[in-house]
Design a protein around this ligand. Sequence first.
Ligand code: FAD
Length: 494
Amino acid sequence: MADPKGFLTTPKREAQRRPVDERITDWREVYVREHPRRSAEEVSEQAGRCMDCGIPFCHSGAVGCPLGNLIPEWNDLARRGRWPAAADRLHATNNFPEVTGRICPAPCEAACVLSIAEDATGGSVTIKRIERTIADLAIVAGIEPQFPEISTGRRVAVVGSGPAGLAAAQQLTRAGHDVTVYERDDRLGGLLRYGIPEYKLEKAVVDQRLAQMRAEGTHFRTECEVGVDLTVEQLRAQFDAVVLAVGALRARDDRDLPGRDLDGIHLAMTYLVASNHECEGDGPTPISARGRHVVIIGGGDTAADCLGTAHRQGAASVTQLDLYPRPPVRRDEQLTPWPTWPLILRVTPAHAEGGVRRHAVAVRRFLAEPRRGHLRAIELVPVSVRKDDDGAREVTETGEPWQLDCDLALLAIGFAGVEHMPLLGGIGVALNRDGVLDCDPRWGAGAPGVFACGDAHRGASLVVWAIAEGRAAARAVDEYLAGDSDLPAPVTPD
Ligand code: FAD
């Protein structure tokens, strides 16, 4: 049983980040790399700060972990050094804890009862760090494939290999179905692979898990866009059920901005994908920030990932623009859950690496070099933003325009839902007003045997939600194919 007073005697210790000067010279992870066995003792003590409070908001989906991770249970096992047992409890609810243990903004920590009175308690339990150590120790010991006990003979296609698709595929394979994951990119992982930069998530981490999935019998097909390279008729003829985990990758743009078509202006995702290809060894990125004056338009996490990437590429300067005024900052400027708390300034490790943040400014136009038609500056203007009763945004200029030197501009102004693709109409599903797929209570997407999950259903969100929805959709598919299911359903589609 947990020590209810452990937090009074053990101070909170977060995972250590590498010094900025060092980490911006390479693509390795931001955090100090140490063998998980080395940190196990300290992490075990950290786990002892969990008081098993009896009201564990940390694993309640509404405010804490949507996966329902059994946090007090594995904290106690970690405290007692029972790492393999802790890993079993962790894997019981989470297919990819080595991923969430690295990049989840940890709503569980924000929900931890110890964070209610930080001055008295020292702050939340370091749940994410404990999760990562449990997961990494399990990997060091060897994560064995979990083979299905039966074979149902039913075939399932999962479209999209992001965390939602992978979680659904792993659950369904383990339930005995014959599962094929289709991915239009050349490598698997969705945004884990080509969105999130290497310095946040080294891709070797994703590959380890994919090896386990292959060993378990999940089939993968890359460079295959379903609806184009595999027609809907072929899909329907070959599979008994289809899971749409196609993400919400339609980027917002502002094509009306004067000068938008100049060379040197790119969508953030075009830039990040190209950089991730370079990190994968595919040759130099065609959009490098090296020696450039970079301006990132947008105040969210994608913008922060552009910031960290531009520094590592050797940008001459990096400025991040945000339409909104600087919101209150958390006392310690620690990582803030995104997008859960939009009123709190989002600070990521990338912001500690340099660059200038400008708030309450809007882009008026992009300015070109006289002859070459390449971007040379951005005209900006101070603004205030107001939302009317319907939520519509009203932007008012509040001062004189001014110019900022810039020869690489990155638009990180959000996502507008699922990309329009032949697959959707072909299979008979439609996007709702928010540009995503509605699901019925059983994750059905509006056509027989077709299910949806992850960002495709939820809109741009978090990895932990994608895994939770993938697991829940897998249960619905299992019920559809087999009549009932023992698979867990951590979340519902509402
Ligand atoms: P995705 O990961 O988007 O995967 C969808 C996949 O479907 C893609 O690979 C796509 O190529 C494929 N696909 C689409 N259509 C087809 C088709 N017709 N045929 C075949 N394949 C198809 N979340 C966090 O928790 N922490 C973070 O630090 C974090 N950082 C982020 C950084 C960036 C830059 C971005 C954009 C997002 C970040 N997120 C983060 C959010 C997180 O990555 C997503 O919520 C999550 O990846 C969604 O998973 P998904 O499986 O639903 O979709």
